[in-house]
Structures are given as C-alpha cells and as structure tokens.
Design a protein around this ligand. Structure first.
Ligand SMILES: [Zn+2]
Ligand SMILES: [Zn+2]
Length: 243
C-alpha cells in the first residue's frame, strides 16, 4: 500500500459522494484562488497576473464567496475597477466596423469583435487565461494520473473506486486519454461500468416510483437523488454542492 499523500487524498475523496477528481480539483482550486488573491495584495508580480487576467473567470470568482476571502477580494477588485474607470475615461466612441488594431486582434482570437467599441471592450477583458483555470487543469491531470497509478497497486484503489460514484464523464474521458497500460485500462473501464450500472438501476427505480401505479411506495434515499447524481456524472460536480 502506498504511503504517498496523493494516494491518501484519493482514498479520502473516493469515500465521499461524487467524482473524486472533481472534489480534489475543486478543493485545490479553492486554496489556489484564495492564496493568489492574498499574494496579489502584496506581491507586484501576482498583482500584474491578476490585472492581466482581469481577476478570475465566472466559476473561480464566485468560489471566493465560498472561501470567504472578502478582504483580498475587496482590495483586488478595487484595483481592477480603478483601472476600468481609467480605461473608460481614456476611450472615445468607436463606431461598428472601424478596423482598429484591437478589432483585428479580437477577430484573430475569435472573440466577440463585431460590435462597436471593440478596443475599449478588449481593454476591459482578460488578456490571459484565468490563473485558477490553468492551475486546476494541471492539478486535474495529476489527480487522474495518481488514480491510474494507484488503481492496481497491492491494496490499491480499485475496490474503493468501484464502491464510489466513479469518475464523472469528463474525467473518465481524461483518464482514457492518460492511461498507458492496458491492464489498468481494463480495470478502469470495468469498475466505471459497475458504477454506471448501479446508477442506471437507481434511475430505473426513480422512474418506476414516479409511475402513478407505484406512487404509494416511498422514494428511498438512493434513488431519490439519482437524477442529481446523474447530472453530476454527465458533466462533473458543481462546486460547493456535494460538501
Ligand atoms: Zn469529475
Ligand atoms: Zn477560472
């Protein structure tokens, strides 16, 4: 059995509801989002990154509410809004169709650039990818690689994985792209199928008990939330939901 912290984190996550990779990814992103924000308050390089990315994307900006990082959010957002005020002050009206340098750049990046005031709009937008998205993507890869690495180890993850909610479809597909060993591949797909079969049965029971002929039967806990687990399985966990 491994003594690696990656192994133990996976065991812990697999014992919780939902996809373990989603859970670990969300937790690690929450930590990153908060720490970068605080570093951004004191470190000019970090502040520059957050200015270039215009803070965080929708998902990671709202994760700040969950982590309660109110002071850092206030300080960084104040800075971003002061820069927005300056950008709007310095801009002048640009009619639709003006072939500015900014508009050409936006078109090349396939961003919305068909409207008026493309230069100002671009200045107010992010110029680099959300740093938390970048971090999460790298961490997701590490978590999936760890899962594959420990799946067939002696006293490895296979049993715990099979008893869990398995991987969500996006993370199962990511695992398919990262698995290099056929034995691990076969163990993974079999275990994932066991998980899917279990959910299919729960969904069947949920549908059956919604039939008016069986409505007198009480909905059990397993099938009662099967439709929500089905959403999570198809698209991944909603941050903050399955805590
Ligand atoms: Zn997932
Ligand atoms: Zn993001």
């Amino acid at each position: 059995m491994s003594t690696d912290s990656g192994f133990h984190n996976l065991v812990e996550a697999l014992r919780q509801p939902g996809c373990a990779v989603c859970r670990l990814k969300i937790d690690s992103a929450d930590g990153f989002v908060e720490s970068l924000l605080y570093e951004g308050v004191t470190d000019p390089d970090r502040r520059h990154t957050l200015r270039e990315s215009q803070g965080y994307c929708f998902e990671h900006a709202w994760s700040l509410e969950r982590t309660g990082a109110s002071l850092g959010t206030a300080i960084i957002t104040q800075d971003l809004l002061q820069r927005a005020v300056k950008a709007v002050d310095e801009a002048r009206f640009e009619a639709e169709g003006a072939w500015s340098r900014h508009r050409v750049r936006s078109l090349l990046r396939r961003e919305q650039a068909e409207g008026a005031n493309a230069a100002l709009s671009e200045r107010l937008g992010p110029h680099i990818q959300c740093p938390a998205c970048l971090w999460s993507d790298n961490m997701e890869r590490l978590f999936v690689e760890d899962l594959l690495k420990y799946l067939l180890e002696e006293k490895g993850l296979l049993g715990t994985f099979e008893a869990s909610d398995g991987l969500c479809l996006p993370h199962f597909r990511r695992a398919l792209g990262l698995v290099r060993d056929e034995e691990v591949y076969l163990a993974l797909i079999r275990a994932q199928q066991v998980v899917w079969e279990r959910l299919i049965d729960d969904l069947g029971e949920f549908v059956r008990k919604n039939d008016h002929r069986f409505q007198h039967e009480r909905m059990g806990k397993r099938e009662g939330d099967a439709w929500l687990r089905a959403i999570s399985t198809m698209v991944g966990a909603l941050p903050g939901r399955d805590k």
